[in-house]
Design a protein around this ligand. Structure first.
Ligand code: PNW
Length: 445
């Protein structure tokens, strides 16, 4: 059982649900342009319509109300609120004001993500995260949003999944903007991104009384395949925070969360990257590490590890225990919601909120007109039960399921479905899946 004031919510992001990509003065984002390039999106789709939430936000809130959540996490499209001259676009901001008012009328607390990957194209053309002025642009945008939503929103996440921004957007190039950075550029861009976070925190604290702020990285925890083995857990913990220059290096947890929560990059960072370090000043680190209220973290999956006969940590490559989601990286590893939060708390010692957790399935509408998705319910039950277990040891304050709707799953397009609500993209019809009812039983029991 979670505490009475436990936050139970669902999460979405602007480009993935809103549609209406050129209404009311919205300017082009890197996703608007990335989706136009043939071959970038698996099924050739884009975000021009998707769930139509820009037009249907009142319906969205009705569904949220029915679901019984006490919070809704959504993101703001920078490109709706700021125009190409870097000035306020009031019409775009009004959409979010109206959405928040509707949520509050229904006793649902908004949790706003400022950056969920849809950077203005014009800003990316000026260098994106390699531009040293990027944090001033981000601070200006944050200033406009926080003033515009004053009295409506006090919960903010600055940046969603910095690892995906860097790794998928600038290394693997599966995501926008699809510009490949060198290692040296990567480190500079990460540092600038962290400074964006820091500047935004200062602006929010200045503008919003009683604000609650966080940063939402993602992680794939190393889970011991034997729960009793303390040495194994210790080695999994160390591996989880390791900072190494392999091809996955921008995916590490400590490179982002150590500066934010501990005030500096890990020691191993300075050793690994000694020849290509960006310019890091004391003021930067002070800016980046202003106190936050929560550790937000997105967890979907993990890996099991064991010790070999010499006590070396080895990945259990051929673990056949649980099924996989219908997307290549989503192995069902419920213990991720036990060990992930546990490791984070041990290192950073702050209350934890799961800002995303969800399952991707090949959902279809049955001939009875319903969508039966027992796999999703099973996933949620298993993960939440691990979270309940760990909540006896450390403070867990909330859980957001990803996602309310099926939506635009980035480079995978529209075929990968994570929603509690099915969306028929031909006519916009929304159908509550079985898991929609089941998740209520789990959280509202
Ligand atoms: C997150 N991985 O992305 C994003 O925050 C959402 O926008 C997205 O729709 C959702 O999860 C589902 O994909 C992730 O490789 C992308 O482990 C990749 C991974 C995890 C999360």
């Amino acid at each position: 059982m979670f505490s009475k004031d436990f936050i139970f919510g669902v999460a979405t992001a602007s480009y993935q649900i809103e549609g209406s990509i050129d209404k009311d003065g919205k300017c082009e984002s890197i996703w608007d342009s990335f989706t136009k390039v043939k071959g970038n999106i698996l099924d050739g789709s884009d975000g021009s319509k998707v769930c139509d939430s820009y037009l249907k936000y009142k319906d969205d809130v009705k569904i949220l109300k029915e679901l019984g959540v006490n919070s809704y996490r959504f993101s703001i499209a920078w490109t709706r609120v700021i125009n190409e001259k870097n000035e306020l676009n009031q019409k775009g901001l009004d959409y979010y004001i109206n959405l928040c008012k509707e949520l509050l009328k229904n006793n649902i607390k908004p949790l706003v993500t400022l950056y969920h990957w849809d950077m203005p194209k014009w800003l990316d053309d000026l260098g994106g995260f390699l531009n040293d002025d990027i944090c001033d642009y981000f601070a200006h945008y944050t200033d406009i949003v926080t003033k515009g939503l004053l009295g409506l929103v006090d919960n903010y996440i600055t940046i969603n999944e910095p690892q995906c921004i860097m790794q998928l957007g600038h290394r693997v190039c599966a995501h926008a903007p699809g510009i490949k950075y060198t290692d040296k550029e990567m480190l500079k861009a990460i540092h600038n991104l962290l400074k964006c976070h820091g500047k935004a925190v200062s602006v929010i604290r200045r503008n919003v009384p009683n604000s609650k702020i966080g940063f939402a990285p993602c992680a794939r925890p190393m889970c011991p395949s034997d729960r009793e083995d303390e040495l194994l857990e210790k080695k999994c913990y160390e591996k989880f925070f390791e900072c190494k220059n392999d091809y996955e290096f921008p995916n590490t947890v400590s490179i982002y969360s150590d500066p934010v929560f501990l005030g500096d990059y890990p020691k191993s960072y300075y050793e690994e990257f000694k020849d290509i370090l960006p310019n890091i000043t004391k003021e930067d680190l002070k800016l980046i590490s202003q106190p936050l209220d929560y550790i937000y973290q997105n967890f979907y999956t993990g890996n099991y590890y064991s010790l070999d006969k010499d006590n070396n940590l080895v990945k259990d490559e051929f673990y056949f225990g649980y099924p996989e989601g219908n997307i290549d990286w989503l192995q069902v590893v419920p213990e991720a919601l036990y060990y992930g939060p546990k490791y984070l708390y041990e290192r950073y010692k702050k209350p934890i909120i799961i800002s995303e957790n969800g399952f991707c399935n090949n959902d279809v509408v049955s001939i009875d007109g319903k969508v039966h998705d027992p796999e999703r319910t099973d996933y949620i039950r298993r993960y939440v039960s691990e979270l309940e277990m760990v909540s006896k040891l450390i403070p867990i304050k909330g859980y957001y399921y990803w996602s309310l709707f099926d939506n635009f799953e980035w480079n995978s397009g529209l075929k990968k479905r994570f929603g509690l609500v099915y969306v028929d993209y031909r006519d916009g019809k929304r159908i509550k899946k079985d898991s929609f009812e089941e998740i209520k039983k789990i959280f509202l029991k």
